[in-house]
Design a protein around this ligand. Structure first.
Ligand code: ADP
Length: 176
């Protein structure tokens, strides 16, 4: 879809292969690597990424930090720490929204106009996928409406087609 000057697409694939200016990592609070998309990004970026992450001193849930992309096609990695789903009464929804917002704010501060997001918190952090997709779509939409000329391209990259379908459906449900 198009929002202001921004093209916004949902794709199935591997985020480490995205040639957007930044890719977002669903990191853990240590920023020292993990499994899932985090492990894939560190493997593809090379050990220099971990070395830079070590200088950052971690990141609280719902916030974001930026590093270079090293051997990735993306010039930058925006590391954000999604909430672990604990039943929904521990501010998980607000914190997930905050991950997307904080990532876009960091991208804007660095003049990065194309950003790829994974499905934050929907792997080992177990956030219900359909609700996560709705939150991701709503918050990115709000940010694009508020900042209509700041981004050229936003991508939601899901690892499997059922997930992509959920994110596509969430975009389709957004108000005009
Ligand atoms: P979290 O800890 O935030 O739940 P995970 O890495 O476990 O993070 O999962 C987040 C999402 O990223 C999951 O939907 C998972 O399928 C997906 N994922 C895993 N590897 C990749 C990859 N290389 N590219 C894109 N998405 C990925």
């Amino acid at each position: 879809m198009i929002v202001g000057a921004t093209r916004w697409d949902v794709l199935t694939g591997d985020i480490t292969r995205c040639a957007t200016e930044a890719i977002v990592n669903a990191a853990n609070g240590s920023l020292l690597g993990g499994g899932g998309v985090d492990g894939a990004i560190h493997r593809a970026a090379g050990p220099e990424l971990l070395a830079e992450c070590r200088t950052l001193g971690g990141c609280p849930t719902g916030e974001a930090r930026i590093t270079q992309g090293y051997r990735l096609p993306a010039a930058y990695v925006i590391h954000t720490v999604g909430p672990v789903w604990r039943g929904g009464r521990q501010h998980e929804r607000r914190l997930l929204a905050s991950c997307y917002r904080a990532s876009l704010i960091l991208a804007r501060e660095h003049g990065l106009r194309s950003i790829a997001f994974p499905a934050i918190s929907t792997g080992v952090y177990a956030f219900p996928k359909e609700e996560a997709a709705g939150i991701a779509a709503a918050i990115v939409h709000a940010e694009l409406l508020a900042n209509p000329t700041d981004f050229d391209h936003i991508l939601f990259i899901c690892f499997d087609e059922p997930s992509s379908n959920l994110y596509s459906a969430a975009l389709e449900k957004l108000p005009d």
